[in-house]
Write a protein that binds this ligand. Structure first.
Ligand SMILES: [Zn+2]
Length: 413
């Protein structure tokens, strides 16, 4: 099973927007760019919304059927580990193996020593074409093993387990994005050595980048440094593929937390210059487009959108807790529930829609609503019914968001 050059990970919390999402991919194809759609949903999301992984497979299959999509498509078990992979085994064909928690835990001493031994030919001046020259010592090899080897060994255990369970094969990703520090190009190169040593046929790898990747809002950080890291990672991957015999289609996976618009241009330029591929995970914000669509539809749709805000405000602390490291909400910038209750649908939509040029856009309200999906989940049938009733308004927003704000700037111009 082989992942194509460009792939786009889409989240859809409530499983109603598969067709609207796929329509954006169809638009890209019509514009001449082949992008493989990947529907992803993490274990945490399934737990909060109360869905089973098989439902995401059903959604993807039925969207593909509805639009008569002939290209390939994937279903991603996002951020899984040994403890929860079983519920995803038969309905996913893309597995994001998350070993971020094990970074920094030391592997057994003999394993560290044998890693250093096995890769001692790199000691000295190491040129990674496109990323520069690095001075590698036995100590630096040991340090990188001490930080990452245990994590990669753990990825190996999960990888081999999935392998025994799936005759049809799968696309493996190793993710290290949910950790403290960005990996250097040299670390990236040696992490890939470990991945190869473990026999993991990784097709995508998700590193940690500099800057804040807060949920649902734009990138906050040094764009020049991000660009440097992104280019260095591309170089380290290309070199590691040739040195370690990793799959030729191995590429970067960017876990964007949605909507990192200001880094799309450097990403596009790097891809066009190098010919590299990418997997980009985004569109957890599809759920926010649902709210925007409901608000714009007015009536019961707007009422629901306002209720979601009021209840999210009440339960802010609990809703934010699981996402504490990836949101920055200034409560002083949030409108009161009374204020929002007095808004028109247009006011609501403009405060929420991720349009940086709009003076009404409020990134604090946006982040709060982003984590407020639990409130909508608790509305149950009432929420799902509204999605159906106001489907044209909702799907128009979902497609337009993915196509115009994501796919176009990433892959076209
Ligand atoms: Zn991630």
């Amino acid at each position: 099973m082989k992942l194509e050059r460009y792939s786009f990970g889409m989240g859809d919390r409530f499983l109603h927007q598969g067709v609207a999402q796929l329509q954006a991919i169809v638009n890209a194809k019509k514009a001449g760019v082949d992008v493989t759609p990947v529907w992803n949903k993490s274990n945490r999301e399934h737990d909060i919304v109360g869905t089973e992984p098989a439902s995401l497979r059903e959604e993807a299959d039925s969207a593909v059927k509805a639009l008569d999509w002939k290209g390939s498509y994937r279903v991603d078990a996002d951020h899984i580990n040994l403890g929860n992979v079983d519920r995803f085994i038969h309905c996913s064909d893309f597995f994001t193996i998350d070993v971020g928690d094990a970074i920094g835990q030391a592997a057994p001493e003999p394993d560290i020593a044998s890693f250093v031994q096995r890769h001692s030919r790199f000691i000295g001046e190491l040129e990674i074409p496109g990323a520069g020259s690095f001075n590698v010592t036995a100590e630096s090899l040991e340090k990188v093993a001490r930080t990452f080897l245990k994590a990669v060994q753990q990825a190996g255990v999960i990888y081999r387990y999935i392998e025994t369970q799936r005759d049809a094969g799968f696309i493996p990703e190793v993710s290290m994005d949910e950790t403290e520090n960005p990996q250097t190009p040299l670390e990236m190169f040696f992490i890939l050595a470990m991945i190869s040593d473990e026999g993991i046929r990784a097709q995508t790898i998700a590193p940690k980048f500099t800057g804040r990747f807060n949920k649902g809002v734009d990138y906050v950080g040094d764009i020049r440094q991000f660009t440097q890291e992104f280019n260095d990672d591309l170089a380290a991957i290309a070199f590691a593929v040739s040195e370690f015999g990793l799959p030729g289609n191995l590429k970067l996976s960017v876990h964007s937390g949605s909507d990192k618009f200001s880094i799309y241009q450097p990403i596009r330029e790097a891809l066009q210059r190098t010919g590299a591929g990418i997997h980009i995970k985004t569109a957890g914000t599809t759920w926010l487009e649902e709210l925007i669509g409901l608000a714009e539809a007015g009536g019961e749709g707007l009422t629901i959108a306002k209720e979601v805000y009021a209840r999210s405000l009440e339960k802010m602390d609990a809703l934010c807790a699981p996402y504490a490291t990836v949101i920055d909400i200034d409560a002083g910038q949030l409108p009161s529930a009374d204020d929002v209750n007095g808004w028109t649908g247009e006011q609501y939509a403009r405060a929420l829609r991720h349009n940086l040029a709009d003076p009404l856009y409020n990134l604090h309200l946006r982040q709060l609503l982003h984590v407020g999906y639990k409130v909508a989940a608790q509305m149950g049938e009432r929420y799902y019914g509204a999605l159906q009733e106001f489907e044209p308004s909702v799907s128009r927003n979902v497609t337009k968001n993915l196509w115009e704000r994501h796919l176009k700037p990433l892959f076209i111009d």
